[in-house]
Design a protein around this ligand. Structure first.
Ligand code: PSU
Ligand code: MN
Length: 304
């Protein structure tokens, strides 16, 4: 059995050096409820295609790390219950046991890099959780960005996190954090985090050149592009702040920790905003898929 299985369209695109955009699956299984999760996953793939790139949704199915899912695999994953959430620590274990699991940002980056894919679009990366000074809860996504050469397009770290601490850790790890088209760091559901982003770029070509230059220097690791949610879909920061505080409080009260924390917070915020957070989440992922495809096209024009 081969470790990695590329779908036919993905294998062909990679072989030709054509643009491919990796997509994660934890957002499907743990980030959104059925059936909106499937609808989102299909729309994201179509958005990537409309922009002239090939989508590669990544997941472990019956022990095989699949890069590019067909329609039936995507639907089965979106409907499945009790699917594992796989990060760097558990990816190999799940595969060796013939299991099925969804890949987080960290595990998706690992698979993408192995498959020869250099661009990845998602919603929000994991980061430093509030209260991390006590819980030590820092997402493995940050370490992965430091060591795996993939450009990750997100809408900022999820606003449920401690954003100043997340930026500090990314700086320590040597990860370029690039706000797209503005000076402020975006905060997932909101366009602005109230923090200046370390770097700013205004075009996909610039972002592609920076990735190529980093590789030419022999520096390991990727880049994080933070793309603000479209104005029409944004939930302003002051509206969201009390909701996030409440969700974090509820998590503490119920002793939610580890892998369960991020899915719990997203679900709680969905309930507290009566679904508004989900509608925004879908729009920002589509927006990131669009930019991801444009970056992938630019990267595909540069020498490897
Ligand atoms: N972005 C979303 N929804 C999600 C996630 C990101 O809009 O569900 C997932 C990603 O897979 C990310 C993970 O890698 O949450 C972070 O989890 P943790 O904080 O446990 O590392
Ligand atoms: Mn964690």
């Amino acid at each position: 059995m081969s470790l990695l299985s590329l779908s036919a369209p993905v294998a062909e695109a990679v072989a030709q050096g054509a643009p491919v955009v990796a997509l994660e699956s934890t957002i499907i299984t743990h980030g959104m409820p059925w059936p909106q999760n499937l609808e989102m996953a299909r729309k994201v793939e179509n958005t990537v295609r409309d922009e002239g790139a090939v989508p590669a949704t990544i997941a472990v199915i019956d022990g095989t790390l699949c890069v590019g899912l067909d329609a039936a695999q995507l639907e089965a994953l979106a409907q499945a219950r009790g699917v594992a959430k796989l990060s760097r620590a558990d990816l190999a274990v799940c595969m060796s046991q013939g299991g099925t699991g969804a890949t987080t940002v960290a595990a998706t980056m690992i698979a993408a890099a192995r498959a020869g894919i250099r661009t990845f679009a998602t919603g929000g990366i994991g980061g430093v959780h509030q209260g991390a000074e006590k819980s030590f809860d820092v997402s493995a996504d940050l370490q992965e960005l430091a060591q795996t050469a993939v450009t990750v397009v997100c809408a900022g770290a999820k606003a449920i996190l401690d954003l100043p601490k997340t930026l500090e850790v990314l700086e320590t790890l040597g990860v370029p954090v690039i706000a797209y088209g503005q000076d402020q760091l975006p905060a997932f559901w909101s366009r602005e985090a109230g923090l200046r982003a370390p770097l700013r770029m205004d075009s996909p070509a610039e972002i592609a050149r920076a990735a190529a230059t980093r590789a030419a220097l022999g520096l390991p690791g990727g880049q994080l592009v933070a793309n603000p949610i479209p104005q029409s879909a944004e939930i302003p920061r002051d509206v969201l702040a009390p909701v996030i505080a409440r969700a974090n409080e509820d998590a503490r009260t119920h002793g939610i920790r580890g892998k369960q924390l991020t899915p719990y917070l997203l679900q709680r915020i969905f309930e507290l905003t009566e679904g508004r957070s989900l509608a925004s989440n879908i729009e920002l992922v589509l927006n990131n898929a669009r930019l991801g495809a444009r970056i992938a096209r630019e990267i595909s024009t540069l020498p490897r």
